[in-house]
Ligand binder design. Structure first.
Ligand code: HEM
Length: 349
């Protein structure tokens, strides 16, 4: 009898061991078997990988936040921005002019390799962007996102350029662009606050430094920027160097040259996703025309002042607007859960 029981225990142990091996090797198998590879554990994996990636390279945090916007704006949140090619096109969204500087793809790949078929690439984009926002804001920006998105199989550079807003847009163009996606003028002002982080290529703001095309920009800021672009062309060895979006994150000498007034800005929080963007915009010390034009509308200008004065309100409203952005429904007709985020399953095999 004792012998029999022992045999059962040993057999049971072996079964448990093989289950553990199965779960470790193939997370999707765990999901299919219902062994707790649920939302919580998916979220934990994404969070851990995003934390690691930002620690290794802080520049990837802003890239992940931007990726949510650029994925969800084009065909809805369907992971289409991640594709290197599709059966129909090798000129995918990544090749769009408006997607200049887009990054973070390696982090998405790493997360996908941990989660396997249990999670779509589209879900990973919104989860990673949510976590990057939380990390870069010191935990002040938090929101829930549902999972269950599917991956699209269509991705076109021309479609992305037709849909994404441009940094040279007028206020009405930006407002119309957001309205087409069901987002309000106020949400335009709120989400533009994401330009408190990250970098931009010279080609995205060169119009602001050219006397014939310049929209109002602080003279001292423009001069300091012009000088720094010249320096960065040499340092970065390119005609199209990047500059930091936020004057808060520039060096002390630059800030002095640019006459930056940091009153009310947490200058210790370099790289933070916060309301400093509104201080900069109202000082005419922002890179893009699309940032400056928010001042040209009465209501939008009042919102800029409100968010400059109330950091907590911006944290809350930005969280809500990102949650809404992350819910933009996929617009295609054919979906799958990709095996690799860079290729449709048809290309993958
Ligand atoms: C309102 C219309 C918008 C326009 C015209 C616009 C335009 C741009 C441009 C031109 C760049 C620089 C790209 C480069 O030269 O490398 C940029 C960067 C960035 N944008 Fe926007 N953007 C808009 C809205 C948004 C929204 C809604 C978000 C996020 C929710 C966002 C997040 C970012 C971030 C985080 C960066 C820095 C990325 C990095 O450092 O990798 N933008 N944007």
């Amino acid at each position: 009898m004792v012998m029999k029981l022992k045999a059962v225990v040993v057999a049971g142990g072996a079964a448990l061991l093989s289950l553990c091996v199965l779960l470790a090797v193939h997370p999707a198998a765990a999901d299919a078997g219902g062994y707790g590879y649920g939302k919580k554990s998916i979220e934990d994996t994404v969070r851990k990988e995003v934390e690691k990636a930002i620690k290794r390279n802080p520049g990837v945090g802003p890239a992940l936040v931007r990726l949510v916007f650029h994925d969800c704006w084009v065909n809805g949140c369907d992971g289409s921005v991640l594709l290197d090619k599709t059966p129909d096109s090798s000129s995918t969204e990544k090749a769009a002019v408006n997607n200049i500087g887009l990054d973070g793809f390696d982090v998405i790949d790493t997360i996908k390799s941990k989660l396997g078929a249990a999670v779509s690439c589209a879900d990973i984009v919104v989860l990673a962007g949510r976590d990057a926002s939380a990390i870069l804001s010191g935990g002040r920006i938090t929101y829930n996102v549902d999972t269950g998105r599917k991956d699209g199989v269509v991705s076109s550079a021309a479609a992305a350029d037709a849909v994404l807003p441009e940094s040279t847009f007028e206020f009405q163009q930006l407002k119309d662009n957001f309205a087409r996606k069901g987002l309000t003028q106020e949400e335009l002002v709120i989400l533009s606050g994401a330009h408190s982080i990250g970098v931009a290529h010279f080609s995205s703001f060169h119009d602001r430094l050219n006397a014939t095309t310049a929209t109002p920009i602080d003279d001292r800021y423009a001069a300091a920027l012009d000088a720094d672009v010249k320096l960065q062309k040499t340092r970065q060895n390119t005609d199209d160097p990047v500059e930091k979006n936020n004057i808060r994150d520039m060096g002390a000498q630059f800030q002095r040259d640019a006459g930056y007034d940091a009153t009310g800005v947490d200058t210790a929080a370099a790289g933070a996703l916060d309301n400093s963007y509104y201080h900069n915009t109202l000082q005419n010390r922002v890179l893009f025309k699309s940032d400056w034009v928010l001042r040209t509308d009465g209501d939008a200008a009042s919102d800029l002042v409100e968010y400059r004065e109330n950091a907590t309100k911006w944290d809350m409203d930005f969280s809500a607007a990102m949650a809404k952005l992350s819910k933009l429904p996929a617009e295609g007709t054919r979906f799958e859960i990709r095996k690799s985020c860079r290729f449709t399953n048809q290309n993958y095999y």
